[in-house]
Design a protein around this ligand. Sequence first.
Ligand code: SF4
Ligand SMILES: [Zn+2]
Length: 319
Amino acid sequence: MSLGSIISSDRGERAELSIIKDLEKAMVRRPPDNRARGWHPSQLMEMCPRYEVLRQLVTKDGKKIEDVGIDIRTQMIFDVGTALHEWWQEKYFGPMGVLKGKWRCARCGFKTDGMETMPKYPHNCDVGPKIGGTPALIDHNPKDKIKVGHNRTWKFDEVRVESKKWGIVGHSDGIYILGMGSLCEEDVVLDIKTAGPTFWNGGGRPYPSNIFQINLYMWLLGLKKGILLYVDKGGVDKSLSAMCKEVVVPYNDSHRKDACMKIDAYRHAVAVKTLPPRMVTCELRPNSGKAKGCPLKSACLSDKTACAVEKEWGTVESL
Ligand code: SF4
Ligand SMILES: [Zn+2]
């Protein structure tokens, strides 16, 4: 075989032999949204009550909109975000002793009680193989203090937030002890955001939806301050200081009111079996912005929809 043909086969002459194709086969499409039922703080700023009713009534290609699920590529982008969250929570903030939440032993599954900082040492569990009396797992000697950047023994379980009254459910990234040990020590809501080139090249300004979301966490956790920590998810060649950026967000009750108003509008519409009104922006600009990207735009803007969907009202959830 000539060098030329070796190179061309490396470059994909045998196209079926490919890491990417292997991965695509191995990755199964995850089930459609399997999050807990209820309103999630991340969705409420953009939530359109009319859309939320319509999506339960209107079908597209024989499927309801929510059944579609996300594609593998999008799922992989989410996976990078999840991995970076774990990295910062478990390798840095956990061993630093500044992050409150629930911690789970990776070895035996033991969970700490309530909201507390990560234990300074591995869990003293007595399971699995041992070498000379010491648990045989790297980083899991209960006598070795965990160093920042090295924890592999404690996993962080995100902090559940909810309002039964409003049907809101979600998970916060934890409570950060700001200024720990100083006179001005205080608990603040931590919200880690993985940010790509659009964020960094756009000047690193926090997105309004992130400010809205962290305000809802503050409300639900009873705290007056939050920190949005933007973490570079790669793809930008910047100095180390640009790898993360923190934005302090004071509590602003108007975000809670907006969220509750939207939930009220949805609940009222379900109670009286009438579609909620269109959003003003969609009414004014049906060919741009939110309406343009809305998968239910044609059903929403059609005058026939309201009558056509009425007979299906029994299937609408009263969230
Ligand atoms: S087009 Fe606008 S008003 Fe209509 S359902 Fe979509 S987001 Fe809501
Ligand atoms: Zn354990």
